[in-house]
Design a protein around this ligand. Structure first.
Ligand SMILES: Nc1ncnc2c1ncn2[C@@H]1O[C@H](COP(=O)(O)OP(=O)(O)OP(=O)(O)O)[C@@H](O)[C@H]1O
Ligand SMILES: [Mg+2]
Length: 311
């Protein structure tokens, strides 16, 4: 059964959708089969991926449409169940059902054996659909900006997770977003975040204008500017999350017949390098311009820019 990752935060405009798009595209480039589910009536995922869906999540949840009719292919290994404004009218309908908090979980269940990962994007408030996303999740990833109000918001979110799921066992990672290394406040608050939440806090995603430009073009950051800081940070997050949910090492390159240029190359080649932890040979995968060296035995990983300057 594949994992279901809900990307959620009660605050809006903090990088949830940007994280869902570039994390899922990175998983797909590594060879995992990935499904994206948009539960936000703004419908940003289809725009961010340049996909024009015929049917949406509304048809799945309210009209009981066949799932296969509502899945749009977005990239090799990456499919999408999109959303649009019709989801706003779905919420009152769903909330009248006795099983209102689990309709998404039930709808996605038959798909979990087809995909390695299902990622759910959520809107920025505690709606019926956000409760459904949290209930469906095996893993919860919380993007957060590094500001005083955001830290308070994180505490509120964690209380809500306890209330909805009974505990916080599914809280898998906190990802600082829109991180500005030039401001002292950001640096200090990142330290506070790490003191409070320890290993749950992954490496931050820095502010990078290329990340907002690529969305407008319907491209992932690896397609738009694989040498940018945004691509580097998201490629690192892909590796950190893969290890955390045990997705396994990158598989060999995508087939040359795929419609978009392959971004994973050279996977599996054994280098003349050994693991600093256990001494076994290191494996290699190139993902979107980054060389990832990893050890199959002890899960050691190292990531470096394959070539060129960062923007
Ligand atoms: N690291 C970043 N650097 C620069 N801009 C970013 C970064 N991350 C996200 N953005 C931009 O910030 C804006 C908000 O990001 P995004 O849409 O991902 O947030 P969201 O949490 O999904 O918002 P909403 O709650 O409205 O769904 C977008 O314009 C996006 O392009
Ligand atoms: Mg969003």
């Amino acid at each position: 059964m594949g994992r279901v990752i809900a990307v959620t935060n009660l605050k809006g405009g903090i990088g949830k959708t940007t994280t869902v798009v570039n994390l899922s595209a990175g998983f797909a480039l590594r060879g995992s089969r990935v499904l994206l589910v948009d539960t936000d009536a703004q419908g940003n995922l289809s725009m961010a991926l340049g996909v024009q869906p015929r049917r949406t999540l509304y048809d799945v949840l309210v009209d009981g449409a066949k799932l296969s009719d509502c899945i749009s292919p977005a990239r090799p290994n990456l499919d999408l169940i999109a959303a649009d404004a019709s989801l706003l009218t779905a919420q009152p309908e769903i909330s009248r059902r006795p099983d209102w908090a689990r309709v998404l979980d039930k709808a996605l269940m038959p798909l979990r054996s087809h995909y390695d990962v299902i990622l759910i994007d959520s809107g920025g408030s505690l709606t019926v659909l956000n409760v459904n996303a949290i209930n469906a999740a095996t893993d919860i990833l919380v993007p957060t900006t590094v500001e005083p109000f955001a830290l308070k918001g994180l505490e509120v979110l964690i209380q809500q997770l306890k209330r909805i799921k009974g505990n916080t066992a599914a809280l898998r990672a906190i990802v600082p977003t829109l991180y500005d290394t030039r401001t002292r406040q950001s640096v200090e608050l990142l330290d506070t975040l790490r003191e409070r939440y320890g290993d749950l806090v992954l490496d931050p995603i820095r502010v990078n204008v290329r990340l907002s430009e690529c969305t407008a073009q319907g491209k992932t950051i690896y397609e738009f500017d694989p040498r940018s800081r945004g691509a580097l940070d998201y490629a690192r997050l892909v590796e950190q999350m893969s290890a955390r949910i045990q997705l396994g090492p990158a598989t060999p390159p995508l087939a040359p017949s795929t419609p978009t240029p392959p971004m994973v190359t050279g996977a599996g080649a054994v280098l003349n390098a050994t693991c600093p932890n256990c001494g076994r040979p290191l494996q290699r995968a190139n993902v979107a311009g980054y060389r990832i060296l990893y050890c199959d035995h002890c899960k050691y990983r190292r990531q470096e820019l394959a070539a060129g300057d960062r923007r």
